[in-house]
Design a protein. Structure first.
Length: 508
């Protein structure tokens, strides 16, 4: 790996608002409850329950379909979020609101907010209740630079690293796959509909455009919704969704949308996490025209060239034009988890060259990374020597090895090697480091696997000898210039794979 400084990171434009369903509003005081409007959907209407079970305390937010209140559930003694349809006279919205409640109630996944209750107020307004959740959406986190896209570190204390975002993304994929297994497609997946809770929870929000492909009894009935007549979003010619994350078939043939449309949107979310930008730019009508004309979305590497090729390709596959060419949501999660664990995305031998090429100080992923250094010197008489340390602990207690250290989270590879030389070997000013390559057992469990990056450093005869370092027993060993195998000629037991490292360091 070259020791030259990396190019400055790409600084993307702020992520445009993708219009999340709920907008956080200031908390209302007690007078708002007394003097609130009496029209349908207002606070007074929300308070007027026939059985007195719920007592509304404040408004949490409102969207295009309903108003969400913080309410007390007298029966169970808990706080809930209570959503009331704001325009009960609109038959299509009434149908969509009820469908959202009934479909979500069928999805018992930790990343999908459950529905507790469905009913009507004393004024006849439809409502449902769910747990109160709080946090920030992916859209907010990326736009406000509280989350880091590829190659960057969070710009605010406590921000989320890129690899934490990939873990969140894998959880979202698993939740979507669960919904697909229940015969439900979301149809409006986007960063604004993914929330991260303050305790690490991940939620897929806003199932108002969801479509169920099966009846509750399990019999196939494509194009229908759970226990309801076909919803407005299933009728050909009526377009629902967010254009920047919309699959071509969703824009052109909305009645034929299936699980691959959700996978396309997941690919768009991954694009945002990689680049900090939207996969398609422009106004909604322009985006829809591009979809109708078959124009592909941007590639992540075109926006941010340092994006790993494996993730760029995964993003491209998820947003393939043909639905049949896209992976499932589960396969998307598998591939992201493989990347996080340092495995190749095709399940074969880990690609160490790709790992080294894309490694950056912000890389918090597994497997663990160590740096070992073969410190070589030439004496005045021309003889060459190598510095080895004795291992004090099992399983290689008493064996000799090259000095090594784990790479710290905020540290580059060569930076770690120079720290090792300074702290353990007493070499303050090392000459140029020569990278020898990477070693690691590809059959080992990737969750505990260690990749070793080895360097060689040559000390000339006139260099000052390294200062001894207390606590690190080490010794200079002569290298036999005529030996076929320099490691074997040392006559000592070498720990781990250090014989291979030494052979690479002394190869002519």
């Amino acid at each position: 790996m070259s020791g030259s400084a990396p190019p400055p990171p790409h600084d993307p434009e702020p992520l445009p608002d993708d219009r999340p369903t709920l907008v956080h509003l200031p908390r209302l005081d007690a007078s708002s409850l007394d003097d609130g409007p009496t029209h349908s959907g207002g606070l007074a209407a929300a308070v007027a329950f026939t059985d007195g079970r719920y007592a509304v305390r404040s408004e949490l937010g409102r969207g295009g379909m309903g108003v969400v209140y913080l309410a007390s559930d007298a029966s169970l003694g808990r706080d809930v979020a209570l959503k009331v349809l704001s325009r009960s006279g609109d038959a299509s919205l009434l149908e969509r609101f009820e469908r959202e409640a009934r479909i979500t109630a069928q999805l018992g996944h930790p990343a999908i907010v459950p529905v507790h209750d469905l009913g009507r107020t004393a004024h006849g307004d439809l409502y449902y209740t769910m747990p109160r959740i709080s946090g920030a959406t992916l859209s907010e986190l990326v736009r406000e630079r509280r989350a880091a896209c590829w190659g960057r570190v969070p710009e605010v204390p406590g921000g989320l690293s890129f690899f934490r975002l990939l873990q969140v993304f894998a959880t979202v994929c698993r939740a979507v796959e669960y919904a697909h297994g229940r015969g439900v497609i979301h149809r409006d997946l986007k960063p604004g509909n993914v929330m991260l809770g303050e305790f690490g929870e991940v939620f897929v929000l806003d199932w108002g455009l969801a479509k169920a492909l099966t009846h509750p009894d399990g019999c196939d009935a494509p194009g229908t919704d759970l226990a309801l007549t076909p919803a407005p979003g299933t009728r050909i010619g009526q377009l629902l969704g967010t254009p920047a994350f919309m699959a071509p078939e969703q824009a052109c043939e909305p009645g034929e949308v299936g699980p691959p449309a959700d996978v396309y949107a997941l690919g768009g979310i991954l694009f945002v996490l990689l680049t900090g930008e939207l996969p398609r730019t422009g106004r909604g009508t322009g985006v829809l025209l591009a979809l109708a004309q078959g124009k592909p979305p941007r590639r992540a590497q075109d926006v941010r060239p340092s994006v790993p090729g494996a993730l760029d390709e995964l993003c491209r596959r998820a947003m393939a034009p043909a639905p049949g060419d896209r992976p499932s949501a589960a396969q998307l999660a598998d591939a992201v988890e493989a990347f996080l664990e340092g495995r190749s995305l095709d399940g074969g031998r880990p690609d160490e060259a790709e790992f080294l090429r894309t490694y950056k100080p912000a890389d918090f992923r597994r497997p663990s990374v160590t740096v070992d250094v073969a410190l070589l010197r030439t004496r005045a008489d021309g003889a060459r020597e190598v510095l080895l340390q004795r291992r004090p602990r099992p399983p290689f207690a008493g064996a000799w090895a090259l000095p090594g250290t784990f790479v710290q989270m905020e540290e580059g590879l060569e930076q770690a090697a120079r720290r090792l030389l300074r702290e353990e070997c007493g070499v303050v000013h090392a000459a140029a480091l020569r990278q020898l390559g990477a070693w690691g057992d590809p059959t080992r469990d990737p969750r505990t696997r260690v990749i070793t990056i080895a360097y060689a450093v040559e000390l000339a005869a006139d260099d000052a000898p390294p200062a001894p370092v207390e606590g690190f027993p080490q010794q200079w060993f002569p290298l036999d210039p005529g030996a076929q195998d320099a490691a074997a000629a040392l006559g000592v037991e070498l720990a781990f794979d250090h014989a291979a490292l030494l052979r690479a360091a002394t190869a002519r």
